[in-house]
Design a protein around this ligand. Structure first.
Ligand SMILES: [Zn+2]
Length: 93
């Protein structure tokens, strides 16, 4: 059953990469997180949770993209309600 030690970190790394991608991380950052979590799960997984809990505004979001303050998902059009979690979004001043 040696493959479990290979597959489980891979699945977690895949989830972290897709989550990081949704949060507006650059492609190279997503790849770095993927490899880091896969190869050094014990170190990088807690690190990822620490870093991603930072205020959402610190994440660089390209023009025309918005981050839901409730679920952290990225959406393109300015909307009154988040398309992912359905919560009402505040207008930004
Ligand atoms: Zn949301």
């Amino acid at each position: 059953m040696f493959w479990i030690g290979f597959i489980i970190p891979l699945l977690i790394a895949w989830w972290v990469a897709s989550d990081a991608s949704k949060r507006g991380y650059s492609k190279s950052a997503v790849i770095a997180w993927f490899l880091g979590v896969w190869l050094m799960l014990i170190i990088f997984l807690p690190l990822y949770f620490i870093l991603r809990s930072k205020p959402k505004r610190s994440i660089g979001v390209s023009k025309g993209h918005y981050v839901c303050p409730y679920c952290g998902n990225l959406y393109q059009e300015k909307a009154s309600f988040c398309p992912y979690c359905g919560r009402k979004l505040e207008e930004e001043g």
